[in-house]
Design a protein. Structure first.
Length: 226
């Protein structure tokens, strides 16, 4: 079954809303820390938060496959949507967790058909597979402006295993934003947006234009069987 596509148009609104709900929890945690000098044991991981038909988020799923109920449901968000975040959470028990921090994750969409494509440089930090996504931690240089992100389909080739290798590149439009300070930015590319029926021999190459030259990231596409 294909992974449900995450909404990417309202990450900023979602982040502000969740921070509004999370900050009181942080205040309580800091207050408690002053009294008993203990800190919540935070776990940081990519996750998907989904809302139901009533605009309520009651659970989240991590890339590691854990599914936790929120200690306090979040209400009043866009219904029947999904958001991808890098979350910092603490376990209340084996089935419940509270979110204390989050960074929005931009889900890359196919930008190949755009009239003009951009591959403006960024700084590369890391890449990894998780949750059905190829994930990237990058450092664009910004002065707070808006950047455009996506992926470009460059070509395909037959690899040494007889499968298909999909050659992509990162679409990044700096726009009019000056290259000032570095800002942590997290991106995810859903593997099923590359191909919905991968074989065990298929692979993905994605080239990222960095300030230090071209960076090639290689990933298998098909999920390994246990």
């Amino acid at each position: 079954m294909a992974t449900k596509r995450c909404e990417s148009y309202n990450f900023s609104t979602m982040k502000r809303y969740l921070l509004f709900l999370v900050l009181p929890l942080l205040a309580v945690a800091c207050s408690d820390d002053e009294r008993d000098e203990t800190y919540p044991s935070l776990i940081t991981e990519m996750a998907i938060l989904r809302s139901d038909a009533d605009g309520v988020i009651s659970r989240f799923t991590t890339d590691g496959g854990a599914n936790y109920a929120l200690s306090k449901s979040l209400t009043g968000v866009h219904p029947n949507a999904a958001w991808r975040f890098l979350v910092g959470y603490a376990l209340d028990d084996s089935q419940h967790a509270a979110i204390y921090a989050m960074d929005p994750v931009i889900v890359l969409r196919d930008s190949t058909s755009r009239a003009k494509v951009y591959r403006d440089p960024v700084a590369f930090v890391s890449s990894w597979l998780g949750g059905g996504f190829a994930n990237f931690h990058l450092l664009p240089r910004t002065q707070g402006g808006t950047h455009g992100w996506g992926f470009l389909r460059d070509s395909t080739s037959t690899n040494s295993l007889g499968g298909t290798t999909y050659h992509l590149s990162l679409y990044h439009r700096q726009g009019k934003d000056p290259t000032a300070y570095s800002a942590d930015t997290y991106l995810s590319l859903a593997l099923d947006s590359v191909t919905i029926s991968p074989t065990a021999s298929d692979s993905l190459n994605i080239t990222i234009n960095t300030f230090d030259g071209q960076r090639l990231c290689r990933f298998p596409i098909a999920k390994k069987r246990d």
